[in-house]
Design a protein around this ligand. Sequence first.
Ligand code: 5CA
Length: 440
Amino acid sequence: MKLSQYFLPVLKETPAEATILSHQYMLRAGMIRQNGAGIYSWLPLGLKVLRKIETIVREEMDRAGAVELLMPTIQQAELWQESGRYDDYGKEMLRITDRHDREMLFGPTNEEMITDIFRSYVRSYKQLPLNLYHIQWKFRDEIRPRFGVMRGREFLMKDAYSFDIDADSARRSYQKMFCAYLNAFDRMGLTAIPMRADTGPIGGDLSHEFIILADTGESAVFCDKALLDLPVPGPDFDFEGDLEAELSKRTQYYAATEEMHVEAEFEGIPAERQVSARGIEVGHIFNFGTKYSAPMKADIMNAEGKSVPVQMGSYGIGVSRLVGGIIEASHDDKGIIWPKSVSPFDVGIVTVKAKDPTIQTAGADAYQTLYNAGFDVLYDDRDASPGVKLSTMELIGLPYVLVIGPKGLEKGVVEVKTRADGSSEEMSMDAAHNLLKANA
Ligand code: 5CA
């Protein structure tokens, strides 16, 4: 992409309404535009990151055996009346009536709808276990939308729903999601700590929140420092293997959100390992048994020929919240530092003295070479000062930037800047290409 043809409305000033850094950088880098309280348009650069996160989440869900579908954003009130949540959900639910005065709502979550789909098609234990998920916009009329995409009213969530014949099997489904979440967040460069959590309006008695530590986090959290350095299950993890053992690597250590915190247990951790911090909830998993299947009569025939309500769990990831969360975890005073896996572009190219025909040719050649090699390149071909161009690249946080200027060209080199450590090195274009390949 040539910047002269792109849409990247970078702001010079920090907008006053943004109080936390990720929100400031997202606005300044032209990633989002607020359209109403807690409602945002995703501008091209922001959308690219959102899609990358979505792809990682999708790949890890699929790897763990979940199956993607897509449910609508608008739901019928009847289903929520069946489960009993229509009144309970209160003002957080955006209620709508259509032209026939039918009560509808903009979905804040999909337990009822997925239970309805399930009961319409699945009758036998032989069709289980089953895990269905979608990645879809939600609306919650939050009392205090704030921190940009971190607590929005409209936000993108991945929500998965598991169906099992009995409690043991449901536990395994829960454990699979637990492991898949560790892998997904790790691929985004995040250390997410599963913490014992309250279940709130979703319900159930087994629940973990996945928390990344950040000073600007909304939740107070307590955990054992040992949890910060544990390896994740990884891409070769056997989801049909010993899940219990994988979980206990983490659950053996104390980790709880404020609502579930037990001071006496926390005090039992050696003092130097006690972490009392703030965190951002990037995912939340629940096992709630028959809370929805019983009232909604989602029954299954078990091996003994008896009809029983199906056992369920639900598993959320805040896809749009993660964009802000990753920035909170990875930035400096110049801007965002994207982990490669979610960076909107793989590499930037900046030309110095962009009007000079030889520079233009060299810039266009470098762009074409990298583009043809499969890199997603943002080429700043504008006739602007190198300072402006470089600070834009730093703000938007691309992992590498190639600087092409007259002095370098004379020597046959380009300058390769690495965003993560701020280093810069001169090398031939071939060497730069190889370096990018090696670090892709
Ligand atoms: N049905 C369950 C799991 S699928 C559920 O809705 N869980 S949740 O309420 O915990 O939401 C799942 C995730 O969505 C949260 O962990 C959080 O990362 C994200 N999320 C929740 N509310 C918001 C919001 N207002 N803005 C942005 N992200 C949010």
